[in-house]
Structures are given as structure tokens and as C-alpha cells.
Write a protein that binds this ligand. Sequence first.
Ligand code: ZN
Length: 354
Amino acid sequence: MVEKNFQAHFMELPRKVVVGENILSNAGKFCKSLGSFSRMLVVSGPRTWTVAGRIVYDSLVDVGFNVEYLTVGMNIDEAVKLVEAKISEFNPNIVFAVGGGRVIDIAKYASFRRGIPFISVPTSASHDGIASPQASLKSVGNIVSVKTHAPIAIIADVNVILNSPYKLTASGCGDIIAKFTAVRDWMLAHNIKNEYYGDYAANLALMSAKLVAKNVELIRENSVEGLRVVVEALISCGVAMSIAGSSRPCSGSEHLFSHALDILTKNRALHGEQCGVGTIMMAYLHRINWRKIRSILRKIGSPVTAEELNIEPEIVVKALTLAHKINPQRYTILGENGLTEEAAKNLAKNTGVI
Ligand code: ZN
């Protein structure tokens, strides 16, 4: 029993993190300080290329690196193949992932498969994948979240992120608030299933959620200061996952609910928005202050009801009954048998979600 808790534990952390204003044009100098890299591939989306990718590319060329770029489309499977093919052909020693969550997940996964490091350059603050070793790739072999590698560095330009729709930042806050229940689920799994539990990682994730809760007004103003809180909290969540060696501190029953919604409806809302609503309901089950969580999300401007998610109440109920089956190894407050339809309906009604 004791041995189980003392297995070798592998942590991979970013070496350098820079959060600031108008810093993308210094990407080249920053990269020089990281080590002896010479060939770089910049991956971005069509829009993020114009707002950020090109600036990073120019800055890398300016300091004399051999750089190529690639813009990827919406289809994740195709995009991953495209990036891998480009890596084989150009043979870079580092990949820059410049974009929102999707582009970062694609570049993270492709660079991991090809065994080269990547640098994360987020253009929005919509979820904690910007700094984590996890990649959400729903269409790759039906895997919801794959463990890959953490970025070796993160360059987060708050001015660029401020220009993304506020809805994305609010969604990022939902993903951070989710740590209130994720950490509870983790502790529960430790107590009931003797699963490894790391106090440091758990508290790091929890601290991010508390900081967002403390700074709601600042965040709602969409100010540089508010955004800095969100970006730093998202990065800390990513680091918490790196320290834990899994997504445990950041993803519990509220994430299972969100993944169930992803399966049940094409009309899905943003990841963090769904997780936020899930957190309200799972907090109710955990008997923690769900009203406070709802009030924080409301103040931030993130959805708190099925209607605000634009998802049918029946789908929400169905997702609640299905959530425990999404990842059976992840023990949560939903238990092994999940919720009955009646219990799910009551839960959604009692918390005002439907
Ligand atoms: Zn998440």
C-alpha cells in the first residue's frame, strides 16, 4: 500500500514564462536565451497568423533563425497530420504554437509525436491547455484528453489576448473555477480509492480558482490587470497538472459533465463555459458553496444555466447521467454508478441550471 504512494513521479515544467504587453516582437531574443535552437516552425490558424503568428515569425527571422510557418484549419486530424508532415520535411528543432486552444493542442500533440519541444504563444485565455501537458483532441481516435508534453516556454502577450472576444476569457475563468470541484473529486478518489494525491499540485490549482474569485470585478472590466490574473491562473493550472503528472488537479466531475455534453450535442458551448455550469452542480453534490460559485460565474459573465449555454435542458440531464461513464478510471463524486435520471433532474433544477 505504501509503495503505491511512493512510485517514481515524473514532472515536466516550462523553463521560462513571460507574461507582458507587446512582447511578441521580442520572441526571437527570448528564444535565443532558451538555448541552441536554430530551425523553427511557427504553427498558427488563419486569423491568429495575422494577429500574432506573423509578428513571432518576423521576430525569429530578424535574429537570424531559419524559420518556416504553417497555418492549420479546423479539422484536427488533418491539422495534426499536416504539422507532422511539415516537421518531417523541414526538420525544425522547436515548434511555436501561436493561437487559441485548438492550435496549441494541435502543435502540442504533433510536436510530442515527433519528439521535439514546443513553445506556447496563446492568443486567447479560453482554457488551461495553454500551459498543460494535456491535449484535448476529440477527433483523434476518440480520445478526450491525451497526456503529451508541457511547453518548454510560454509567451503570453496580454495585448493580443485582450483583442480576442471577452467570451473566451470568461470561458477561461469557468475552466479555472472548475478547480474548486476538481480538487474535491481528487481528494475523494484519494480517500476512497487510495489514488495518489499531491497536496502541492492541489493547492496550486485551488489558488488559481481563489485568485479569479477574488478578482472578478477586475476581470469583468477586461483590463490588462484582470487579464493578467486570468492568464497567470491558467498557467498555474497547467503547472499543477505537470506537477501532479495528470490532469487530476484540474479536471473532475465538472469536466466529465462537459465531455458528456460534447458527445451528446453538436451545438456545444465553449469548454470553460460548460465546465463552469458543471462546477455549480458538482459543488452542490460536494456540499460546498455552490451559490457562491454561481455568483462568481455570473459576475464574470460566464453562463450559469442551460439556456445561457444554449443547450436543451434534456441534454443537460442526459449528460449528468452519462458523465461517470466518460472516464471510469477517474473516480469522482458521481461514484461508479452515476446519477439516476431523477437525481440528475433534481440536481439541475435545484441549482437553477434548468
Ligand atoms: Zn478544462
